[in-house]
Design a binder for this molecule. Structure first.
Ligand code: SAM
Length: 267
């Protein structure tokens, strides 16, 4: 099974994948109770072995998460979360570090729990492949969730005849993309939710998201895009839809582009 097929198969999500925070919290609480209570009641001397208890807690939390069918990367988070917390506490960092770290994470990743789309960036190879896909004449291109805006800056520099629009909801990547776009006269970066932005006047919509929003993106693209307009999805296929082109990108991640013409599909 190739990487593109694997990612396509992730299209159907179980409840723990759709709403990951409540089961994650439950798994952590289970680990805490299952380790903390016996230690407190029967082995109080163990309470001094914080790292050992944290490792046990992490293991049990991961088992509980597995039982709740959480995706594999959550198991790693459960195993590492409490031990890391204990290790970092041992460093006796000043108290302001914690809220600052949380604020930074929030500013970079925003509501990943809701969007189900974390920040990871397209490679240069992907930007080059997208450039080759653009129509020959002047066109409008949108990056749905543009992150740091690298792809759009690259395209805007190569295609001065065309217009490029990026939409990003996470504050820090948006600010970065916006500041870096100041030098490009044909690139605009908006802060906001791309679901609220019409795709009607785009010739190319580029998306590097995750399996979770693909069915909704497909419905939006079919309803809004013109018949000859192109939806290019980096890595994630639309479940149940045949792409008009599948392109292997020449990069280390062995990226695939899935290219669709949603506006030409009868709905
Ligand atoms: C995987 S990154 C891709 C970034 C960029 N397109 C690239 O290819 O390098 C996805 C981005 O989409 C943003 N995002 C997710 N849902 C969004 C939404 N509903 N509106 C705007 N941005 C969103 C995330 O914050 C993240 O920066």
């Amino acid at each position: 099974m190739g990487p593109h097929q694997h990612r396509t198969a992730l299209g159907a999500l179980n409840p723990a994948e759709r709403h990951p925070l409540p089961p994650a919290l439950a798994a952590q609480c289970f680990g805490l109770l299952a380790v903390g209570l016996p230690a407190l009641l029967f082995f109080p001397s163990l309470l001094k072995q914080a790292l050992l208890l944290a490792m046990l807690q992490g293991g049990l939390a991961a088992l509980a998460a597995r039982w709740m069918q959480a995706p594999p990367w959550w198991l790693a988070i459960h195993v590492g979360f409490m031990p890391l917390l204990v290790l970092v506490r041992m460093l006796e960092l000043p108290g302001w570090i914690w809220p600052s770290g949380l604020a930074l994470l929030l500013l970079v990743f925003w509501r990943t729990d809701r969007s189900r789309v974390p920040l990871y960036l397209s490679s240069r190879g992907a930007a080059e492949a997208l450039l080759r896909l653009l129509p020959a004449g002047p066109c409008r291109v949108i990056d749905l969730g543009c992150g740091d805006g690298f792809v759009l800056r690259y395209l805007a520099a190569k295609r001065p005849d065309s217009r490029f629009i990026g939409i990003e909801h996470a504050p820090l990547p948006w600010l970065w993309a916006r500041l870096a776009a100041r030098a490009s006269g044909n690139l605009t970066i908006h802060r906001g939710d791309f679901w609220a932005h019409s795709l009607a006047d785009c010739d190319v919509a580029y998306a590097f998201l995750s399996p979770a929003p693909m069915p909704r993106l497909w419905a939006k693209a079919c309803a809004e895009m013109q018949p000859d307009a192109m939806l290019v999805s980096n890595s994630f296929a639309v479940p149940g839809q045949m792409e008009s082109q599948r392109i292997a990108v020449n990069d280390r991640a062995m990226t695939y582009f899935y290219v669709y013409r949603p506006g030409s599909v009868a709905v």
